[in-house]
Design a protein around this ligand. Structure first.
Ligand code: GAR
Length: 190
């Protein structure tokens, strides 16, 4: 059994999708052993609802060192699922190849500092992009710069708003995240 730690900051619908696709077998042979939040959020409630161990470590300069102390040694994968703090380089290095993130755009476009959540969708609309999407990638010390595992795009239409993009991106995320996790954990081809 592979052990996954999930980091959240928000509503945690991607966490829910991970829990559900482990349950339905889409993600094979895995278990969420711990959910860590960097602020009060609904993601924590989801962990509680599923009786998954959970902890709140307030965001700030000690977050990464506190996180290092609570990640079980037998963790196979750390998954950032709508997680908004920047992890310290030492932590990224210590867990190299074992931390992945989902980003609500087609990296390398619309990544980096300040590019998170609705900011991304506003930027995509403002730039009159023809397409957007989601990317699952390895986490390195460079923000949103690690190697891409899987990404998928869709067409942005004239009627799209940041809100409709957020909804469409979420649907793409629910599709590609379990596949990417299965690939990294179990080497299942995509
Ligand atoms: C997701 O769209 C995720 O890609 C984004 O936050 C949302 C979280 O939704 N993450 C980032 O912007 C990270 N830079 P959720 O809490 O419902 O899973």
């Amino acid at each position: 059994m592979k052990n996954i730690v999930v980091l959240v900051s928000g509503s945690g619908t991607n966490l829910q999708r991970i829990i559900d696709t482990i349950d339905n077998g889409e993600i094979r042979n895995a278990k969420v052993t711990l959910v860590v939040a960097d602020r009060e959020c609904y993601g924590l409630e989801r962990a509680k609802n599923h009786h998954i161990e959970n902890i709140l470590i307030p965001r700030g300069k000690n977050f990464s060192s506190e996180l290092s102390k609570v990640i079980p040694e037998n963790t196979d994968l750390i998954v950032l699922a709508g997680f908004l703090s920047i992890l310290k380089p030492e932590l990224c290095e210590a867990w190299k190849g074992k931390i992945i993130n989902i980003h609500p755009a087609m990296l390398p476009k619309f990544g980096g500092k300040g590019m998170w959540g609705m900011n991304v969708h506003h930027a995509v609309i403002e730039a009159k992009e023809k397409e957007s999407g989601a990317t699952v990638h390895f986490v390195t010390s460079g923000i949103d710069e690690g190697e891409t595992i899987l990404q998928k795009c869709f067409e942005v239409t004239e009627n799209d708003t940041p809100e409709t993009l957020a909804e469409k991106v979420h649907q793409i995320e629910y599709e590609i995240f379990p596949k990417a996790i299965n690939k990294v954990l179990n080497n299942v081809p995509i």
